[in-house]
Design a protein around this ligand. Structure first.
Ligand code: ADP
Ligand code: ZN
Length: 431
């Protein structure tokens, strides 16, 4: 265990620490961020009203749109001169969510990622091949700093160039692979094609996250790579990866509660739910300095299990992410909303506002196909202009949303109409 003094802290003591940190955080947000002050004032709240952990439910929620509305630096509690790094979420259209860090935040994050990697089963002396994307995305540098802090050897290879990944796994004696679960499977399949048995290599552990994956997928990764595969969760607004991670018992991801206060709410009524019930995860950052985040609605549907784990950690566990309250699709790591696809479609002439998005996974890569109706006039036209139309819709999807979608133009009235809500997304991915 990286920090047993926190990870195994008796609940009572932990909750005391959480309350102290929460009070400090609320005070700082109120004093330094006009956005929070205004929100607190709206509900007649001052920092003094937070007397117990339960009082957190009096605080207003924060949502992704608050970050967008205050883009780029409106949520910040420190001057830009104190910010040492800025990451951003994989925002597609419009403005991304900006995540500024001061030196202390980077230190906290590195430490939490070291704790996370240790919980997953890595240690100093490991050779960690980091195949998460480097850049604005929090994955690459988050894992990188954590691995260095742990005392491991890091190979900052980033995702892609799979044959080279496999060569380095063999030649450098990589023991830990960190990447998205879908990429782990691509590595496994490519090795098979090359006639290389990675199960016979030194590789022992895969730390996978950033997208939903199932137990079936875990079994496949473990068998094909000859590793233990561990789930890790995080999000840009709350530092990045390293919010929670499984231990070797794989019975849920321990949320690092000395840094994040977790609640579960009913996504519709927004009322707090008791532990054990499935609902939307709400997170409050307890130690983040550059950008306070209070009661962030993650949109992720999970269960929380408060019982002490067999590993000895007292920190609450969250289940795998069952789904999202919004309809956001994550296609090959790019976040897309059906509404964004709709607006692109509707910007093309001859296309009708009737469409369906079919998401599938082929060879472990997400494929997206958009069926869209065209007007009678276009359809009765020659094939040539249909082809041109398909091409321009595809090009528009690529340039505006950054996704390579297949487009299939269909006759008017092909797409099933429903009374009430339209079913825009058909997700055929078997996770
Ligand atoms: P990223 O840049 O990693 O995509 P974002 O902040 O854009 O980070 O996305 C965070 C979201 O990714 C989470 O709210 C969740 O929906 C999803 N996510 C991250 N890790 C996992 C995981 N281990 N399992 C399921 N979903 C995950
Ligand atoms: Zn555990």
């Amino acid at each position: 265990m990286w920090e047993p003094q926190y990870e195994k802290m008796p609940r009572e003591e932990l909750e005391k620490l959480q309350l102290e940190r929460l009070q400090q955080m609320v005070k700082s947000a109120y004093e330094k961020v006009p956005f929070y002050r205004a929100k607190f004032q709206e509900v007649g709240l001052t920092p003094k009203d937070i007397k117990s952990l339960d009082d957190v439910s009096k605080l207003p929620f924060t949502s992704k749109s608050d970050f967008r509305d205050n883009y780029p630096f409106g949520m910040m509690a420190v001057p830009l001169s104190e910010v040492v790094r800025i990451h951003a979420s994989s925002g597609t259209t419009g403005k991304p969510t900006v995540a500024p860090y001061n030196a202390k935040d980077i230190d906290t994050w590195s430490n939490l990622m070291a704790r996370t990697l240790a919980s997953a089963g890595a240690h100093s002396g490991d050779v960690i091949q980091n195949a998460y994307g480097y850049g604005l995305f929090t994955g690459g540098l988050g894992f990188h700093y954590g691995a260095e802090r742990l005392g491991a050897t890091v190979i900052p290879i980033a995702a892609g160039n799979t044959k080279r990944q496999i060569m380095l796994i063999e030649d450098l004696g990589t023991t830990v692979l960190t990447c998205t679960p879908s990429y782990a499977l691509i590595v496994a399949e490519t090795a098979q094609e090359m006639g290389i048995d990675l199960a016979a290599s030194q590789l022992r552990l895969a730390v996978c996250g950033a997208e939903p994956w199932s137990e079936n997928m875990r079994a496949e990764i473990e068998a094909k790579l000859g590793v233990t595969a561990i789930d890790i969760y995080g999000l840009t607004e709350l530092l990045g990866p390293g919010v929670s991670c499984e231990c070797s018992y794989k019975t849920g991801m321990h949320i690092w509660e000395d840094h994040f206060l977790a609640e579960i709410i009913d996504p519709v009524t927004e009322q707090p739910l008791p532990y054990g019930q499935q609902g939307e995860l709400v997170l409050t950052a307890l130690t983040k300095e550059a950008m306070p985040v209070i009661r962030f609605k993650t949109h992720d549907i999970v269960n929380l299990y408060p019982e002490t784990c067999e590993c000895g950690r007292t920190m609450i566990r969250m289940s795998k992410v069952h789904g999202r309250t919004d309809d956001m699709l994550i296609v090959r790591g790019v976040n897309v909303f059906p509404t964004q696809i709709e607006s692109v479609l509707l910007s093309v002439e001859g296309v009708e506002p009737q469409y369906q998005i079919i998401v599938d996974r082929e060879r472990h890569l997400d494929e997206i196909e958009i069926w869209v109706e065209v007007s009678d006039a276009v359809f009765s036209d020659e094939m040539r202009s249909l082809e041109e139309l398909e091409k321009s819709v595809r090009a528009e999807m690529d340039s505006v949303l950054g996704i390579a979608a297949r487009v299939k133009l269909v006759e008017p009235k092909t797409i099933t109409r429903t009374e009430g809500k339209a079913k825009r997304v058909v997700d055929r991915r078997e996770l």
